[in-house]
Write a protein of this length. Structure first.
Length: 367
């Protein structure tokens, strides 16, 4: 997938050449310039029973397509999506990438399998998703205006009654190594989660009917929870610092309101830090990655950066709700597993387009 007016990328592809099983599809320069818009353009040209989504920098385990197909067979026709686990393989590059690796370990090795086991909605990762193409088309595919199309699609699948399963197959990802790159990406994520919550809560009664009380609560916790926590975190720290100063100079808390405010602040901070730390440590240990305690102990500082991203997301949600802030890749020192020769899929369910019969192409959309 390449933007039709991206002359540089198209020239590079033409110079390099594509293998026989790949085709170039140009995305018309109309509407939002987002990943989901590009996926929506490409979907009508998919010919297999299943559709798999990967980012260009991904390093999936060689047998992932086989394992995804096995999960579809084991889960039965109610399973519409299989999500592989994502793992950061450049977590040692910087402080930022170290925190990113800890977050991903907690999310994909602890939280997401738990949600799947409980039958609760899952905010899909943006890559290593495997879908039944028919179901994907039935639910309307990707929202081209949502900048976290994966999260939105995961909720729509759940609302339509379809199940999502998480498999123990890993795709190795590259985390941002600089605070600037991380900030742009995280701003987009938080903005997209807010969009997802706003879209799906337009009719609360229908939402509860579709997801049930447990599912609706899970949606709120997964989307509004991180956003709200990031927004209020600086104020909680300011209250804590104020209490410390008052204690140093000998000024007591004189009113019940002050005591309750302090107690709420301390408990909120403690619960947030502890929850993040426990989830990250559990995920890293399940993943077999080293627990770097200097990363865990600096969670409060990392949360301050999350607060900056959250407030930026609020501004973008108002001014540029559909702006897709791209993340630069290729800067990390990748440590994914050695690549093995590709094997043929178990059957033709994931057949490449090279083996499919020819199909008419819109002249304006193809090179």
């Amino acid at each position: 997938m390449v933007e039709e007016d991206d002359a540089g990328t198209r020239a590079a592809i033409a110079a390099e050449g594509l293998p026989p099983h790949m085709e170039e599809l140009a995305v018309p320069p109309v509407g939002p310039r987002t990943k989901p818009k590009a996926l929506d353009v490409a979907l009508p040209f998919a010919r297999g029973t299943f559709v798999a989504i990967y980012d260009a920098e991904d390093l999936p385990e060689p047998d992932q397509l086989r394992r995804a197909l096995e999960a579809f067979r084991a889960g039965g026709p109610s399973v519409a999506c299989v999500q592989a686990r994502l793992c950061v393989d450049n977590g040692e590059d910087s402080w930022i990438s170290g925190h990113f690796a800890a977050e991903y370990a907690g999310q994909f090795d602890v939280l997401m399998p738990m949600l799947s086991a409980l039958g609760l909605p899952i905010l899909l990762g943006g890559t290593s998703n495997h879908f039944r193409r028919r179901v994907l088309e039935e639910v309307g595919a990707w929202d081209p205006f949502n900048v976290t199309e994966d999260a939105d699609l995961g909720i729509r699948l759940a609302r339509a009654g379809w199940a999502t399963r998480v498999i123990a197959s890993t795709t190795y990802e590259e985390a941002p190594v600089t605070s600037q790159a991380w900030l742009g990406q995280r701003t987009r994520w938080l903005k997209g989660w807010a969009q997802t919550l706003l879209v799906h809560s337009r009719s609360p009664r229908v939402l509860v009917r579709d997801l049930g009380a447990r599912g609706t609560l899970a949606l709120g916790v997964l989307t509004a929870g991180p956003f709200a926590a990031a927004l209020v975190h600086p104020f909680c720290l300011a209250l804590f610092a104020g209490d410390v100063v008052r204690g140093v100079v000998g000024l007591p808390c004189d009113t019940l309101a002050e005591v309750l405010t302090s107690a709420l602040t301390y408990s909120t901070l403690a619960a947030g830090y502890a929850g993040s730390a426990v989830t990250a440590v559990a995920g890293l240990r399940r993943r077999g990655l080293p627990v770097r305690w200097w990363i865990i102990l600096t969670i409060p500082a990392y949360w301050l950066l999350l607060s900056v991203a959250a407030w930026r997301a609020v501004g973008e949600l108002v001014r540029r709700p559909h702006f897709w802030r791209k993340t630069e890749h290729g800067l990390g020192r990748r440590r994914g597993p050695a690549r093995e020769p590709a094997r043929e899929p178990a059957n033709d369910a994931f057949r490449s387009s090279a083996s499919a019969p020819p199909q008419r192409r819109p002249a304006a959309a193809w090179n």
